[in-house]
Design a protein around this ligand. Structure first.
Ligand code: NI
Length: 273
């Protein structure tokens, strides 16, 4: 029998209500599919629940989590929320701050407020010594300017989640020490730009994710996404790079552990470097 792949889903919203009915079974399917580690993004429903994903990280040794406020909810953020986040960031299973950033596509919060809350969270993440997970949509210029001015010097890096920028934007992110993470939309027929970006990215700076429950990859497109489907992202990235899927799975897993300094914690390591 073939050895199962070791996959790491670097971004999933497992606390979301879409998983209310079958969360335990969904996590079991992820394990069966070879998901060794998962980052449960902790932005939850918004500032009213800042510890949304922490219970799952506490219940499962293979699940890590993040804290942060999504740019959509920037308008609701108070000083008290930021204090609460700083306290939650000390939890041992919190390995990242995010997802934070700018979203000028939906503009759910005024752009000026998004930029202020993004800056405030970068400052807190720097103090907590945590890499950041960036959500950036139609805001690359402001986002990369802010990262260059306020984050690069920290040396902490992070993830450009669900990357969808241009080659130049990828280069600026890589120069800042970021990893590029590709989601289910890399499998969509019209998303040649994403496949080009996944092909051009250095193998040692590549990550894969589901962004579940959103962006289900082909052949699950149009339905709820879940971490078990991260294998489809790995397959597409491998195919555009002309690599065996095992190589992409192992490299992205290794990259995840390197970024979050999990080498000593995780027992199962792929062979080689
Ligand atoms: Ni997300």
């Amino acid at each position: 029998m073939e050895q199962p792949l070791e996959l790491i889903d670097s971004h999933a919203h497992i606390d979301f209500p879409q998983f209310e009915e079958d969360r335990a079974a969904m996590l079991e399917r992820a394990r069966t599919a070879g998901v060794s580690t998962l980052l449960a993004v902790g932005t939850g429903p918004g500032p009213e629940k800042l510890d949304a994903a922490i219970p799952y990280a506490e219940a499962h040794d293979w699940i890590y989590t993040s804290v942060g406020i999504h740019p959509h909810e920037a308008k609701d953020v108070t000083a008290q929320h930021l204090d609460q986040l700083a306290a939650l960031a000390r939890h041992p299973k919190v390995v990242a701050w995010g997802e934070i950033g700018l979203d000028y596509h939906y503009d759910h919060s005024p752009r000026e407020i998004q930029r202020r809350v993004f800056s405030q969270q970068m400052e807190l993440a720097r103090a907590a010594r945590l890499p950041i997970i960036i959500h950036c949509r139609e805001a690359w210029s402001d986002c990369l300017d802010a990262l260059e001015a306020e984050w690069g010097a920290s040396g902490l890096g992070g993830i450009l989640h669900c990357f969808g920028g241009t080659p130049e934007e990828a280069r600026r992110g890589l120069d800042l020490g970021f990893f590029l993470s590709f989601a289910g939309n890399v499998t969509y027929p019209k998303a040649q730009n994403l496949r080009d970006a996944a092909k051009a990215a250095p193998l040692d700076r590549l990550l894969i994710e589901t962004d579940a429950p959103y962006l289900a990859p082909v052949p699950h497109r149009g339905r709820r996404n879940e971490p078990a489907y991260v294998v489809e992202v790995a397959r597409t990235v491998a195919s555009v790079r002309n690599l065996p899927v095992e190589v992409v799975a192992a490299a992205t897993a290794q990259n995840f552990r390197r970024l979050f300094r999990l080498e000593k914690i995780t027992a199962a390591r792929p062979a080689g470097d």
